[in-house]
Design a protein around this ligand. Structure first.
Ligand code: SAM
Length: 283
């Protein structure tokens, strides 16, 4: 089979399930990962032959894509803030909106040296590791309650050549944090059960539910707990950053105010959804 025949096969097998641009994207991600071919390589040599072992890989991948398995779970990798991350069934696949939150933290941390940073609910480690990579004097700690997620995060830190102190801890059962921090950041579970109908099958079937869902009657459970801990564990000019549920911007700000944060800012993501907050104790 040639590379151009492979492209046609992707489109014929997946056309009833995905839009054309998404199929193109799968084709490019998988041919890059399996054959190490860039878009230019493929454009310059469309008649290039694919070896049989690779053809088998692509046929299996097409079946997996047809079952709506995320392409990142086929390649076991993704990119976040320009860095490569291993992902698997134990961690949430990092999302682009979280990159926007990291960019905001980096903007605020710009000229501050030797920051102590805590990432709560680290998953793949994407937030902690991208901050450590870009703030070379910072001391970064990251918490998750999932042992298997932490194993993946540790590997990601090693692969990206950064030191992050990982701690296995259930934040809902925690009364004190390990230290005082200049920045506490979290993207905790925030999708309500009632929002499950909006969630695509690829997320519901393949991503860890403990990373995603909260009950309808207490959707700010993690935010309230983390904000309360942060009131006692932020340094004088410390900042608390959250990624939030787009439907709960007002409620999250209200909760931050009543918990003791006097200065709060809500930001939208590039899709104009309320998506992240920054809070300080004093004005
Ligand atoms: C929405 S995911 C965020 C993962 C990663 N920080 C990111 O932005 O892609 C939430 C993370 O919180 C962790 N988590 C859920 N409940 C927790 C708890 N009670 N204590 C600590 N971590 C928890 C999950 O294991 C998951 O890794």
């Amino acid at each position: 089979m040639t590379i151009s025949q492979l492209k046609s096969l992707f489109h014929s097998e997946l056309k009833n399930i995905y839009p054309v641009n998404e199929i193109d994207s799968f084709y490019h991600i998988l041919t890059e990962s399996e054959l190490n071919l860039s878009r230019v390589d493929k454009a310059l040599d469309p008649e290039r032959l694919i070896e049989q072992a690779s053809e088998l890989f692509f046929r299996k991948a097409l079946k997996e894509l047809a079952s709506e398995k995320p392409v990142q779970h086929i390649t076991n990798k993704t990119e976040f803030y320009g860095l490569d991350f291993t992902v698997n069934k134990d961690v949430l696949i990092p999302r682009p909106e979280t990159e926007e939150l990291v960019a905001w933290v980096l903007q605020e941390a710009n000229d501050r040296k030797k920051l102590k940073i805590l990432d709560i609910g680290t998953g793949s480690g994407c937030i902690a590791i991208s901050l450590a990579k870009n703030l070379t004097t910072a001391k970064v700690t990251a918490i998750d309650f999932s042992e298997s997620a932490l194993k993946t995060a540790q590997q990601n830190a090693k692969d990206n050549n950064v030191a992050v102190d990982f701690i296995q801890q259930d934040i809902l059962k925690t009364d004190v944090l390990p230290d005082i921090y200049d920045i506490i950041i979290s993207n905790p579970p925030y999708i309500r059960e009632l929002e499950k109908v909006e969630i695509q099958k690829n997320v519901l079937s393949f991503e860890p539910h403990s990373a995603l869902f909260v009950s309808d009657d207490n959707p700010l459970l993690f935010y309230k707990k983390i904000a309360t801990l942060a009131t006692k564990h932020l340094s004088e000019n410390g900042l608390l950053f959250f990624e939030i549920n787009q439907y709960l911007g007002k409620e999250t700000l209200e909760m931050l105010k009543t918990t003791g944060f006097k200065k709060n800012e809500l930001r939208k993501d590039i899709f104009e959804n309320d998506r992240m907050t920054k809070s300080a104790i004093s004005n």
